[in-house]
Design a protein around this ligand. Structure first.
Ligand code: ADP
Ligand code: MG
Length: 323
């Protein structure tokens, strides 16, 4: 396997949680209703993602592992009209470049499934197999051929907690999909996918918060902000309770974080951090998700407009419910 693709892989696949993120995003893009994630030894030994989505047909399986070949972007303008989470067509190729990977899959129209095995980016076998509709991807021995990366991984406990955190965020962002997370054979998280926000919030932050959570909503010119925020009495010593989704994509954006906190601080001088799950639905052409390969950072064309709406959505709700 060539060095160039190992380096490219490193940009997207930094640690086990990056693998989980890419695989789960693919499962969501494939229209899955149930997604199971199984982790062993912090994801260093194995990561399995099992879904019931559309699957990959025998004819497409090789293509799925070719860098950029399956990109959902056909012309460059498409970047601004992305409805799927993935669009670069490089995640599977990147993961396969640095692991022993196998896919077992079947589409609804095929009578029999396909298994494809890849080691360090080289396809070793494609053959028929029994399979349910959907995809089962197993990633073993991550970074076995890039020892320098392997060395930089944290303890299993640390890697596990990153993965748990990610799955709970996916569950909050996708309440109509059931998520199950199993770590070293123990179930760590489960959401039923029945569309009930309170269920997911209770699972992640506890029943006390779920009972008291406040709903916020505010329309602005090119979109809408909505979501759930804690009363100031519920807070945390860090920002782990703050989650932002832009057009259903989980994002990290300090501008949004500071804006959220400012909205609380103008009301009540708390030193700790509020809990908030915020959705920003905005015209796709006004947000650029193409800033970084991991796609967690975004850029708003009109940042002030978004911040203004967020600030007031929170401010008005807190005023009504708290004071
Ligand atoms: P991208 O998601 O950017 O298109 P990926 O490398 O993540 O690129 O995936 C390559 C392709 O493989 C996808 O476009 C999709 O067609 C197919 N694929 C990957 N995972 C799944 C899955 N779980 N179910 C169905 N198809 C999948
Ligand atoms: Mg993808």
């Amino acid at each position: 396997q060539d060095i160039a693709s190992q380096i490219a892989a490193g940009e997207i696949i930094e640690r086990p949680v990056s693998v989980v993120k890419e695989l789960v995003e693919n499962s969501i893009d494939a229209g899955s209703k149930n997604i199971i994630v199984e982790i062993e030894k912090g994801g260093k030994k194995s990561i399995r993602v099992i879904d019931d989505g559309e699957g990959i047909s025998r004819d497409d399986i090789r293509l799925a592992f070719e860098r950029h070949a399956t990109s959902k972007i056909n012309v460059i303008e498409d970047i601004f009209h992305i409805n799927t989470l993935g669009f670069r067509g490089e995640a599977l190729a990147s993961i396969a470049a640095v692991s022993n990977l196998s896919v077992t899959t079947k589409t609804r129209n095929e009578p029999i499934g396909t298994i494809c095995k890849i080691s360090a980016g080289v396809i070793e076998d494609v053959s028929e197999t029994a399979s349910k509709n959907g995809c089962l991807i197993e990633v073993k021995n991550l970074f076995f051929n890039t020892p320098a990366r392997l060395k930089f991984l944290s303890s299993d406990t640390h890697e596990n907690s990153r993965i748990t955190d990610l799955i709970t965020r996916f569950a909050m962002g996708n309440i109509n999909i059931s998520f199950r997370l199993i770590i070293d054979k123990k179930e760590l998280f489960y959401s039923s996918g029945n569309g009930d926000y309170r269920e997911v919030i209770a699972k992640v932050y506890g029943m006390d918060l779920a009972k008291q959570i406040l709903y916020i909503e505010k329309a602005f010119d090119n979109g809408k902000i909505w979501g759930y925020i804690s009363k100031p009495s519920f807070n945390r010593g860090n920002r782990t309770g703050q989650t932002f989704f832009v057009n259903n994509r989980f994002v990290k954006d300090l501008g949004l974080t500071f804006c959220l906190e400012r909205a609380y601080k103008t009301m009540i001088p708390i030193r700790r951090f509020p809990i908030a799950i915020i959705f920003i639905d905005i015209d796709n052409s006004l947000v650029d998700v193409n800033v970084h390969p991991s796609k967690m950072e975004i850029k708003f064309q009109n940042e002030n407009q978004v911040h203004h709406a967020l600030f007031h959505a929170i401010n008005e709700t807190l005023k009504n419910h708290v004071l």
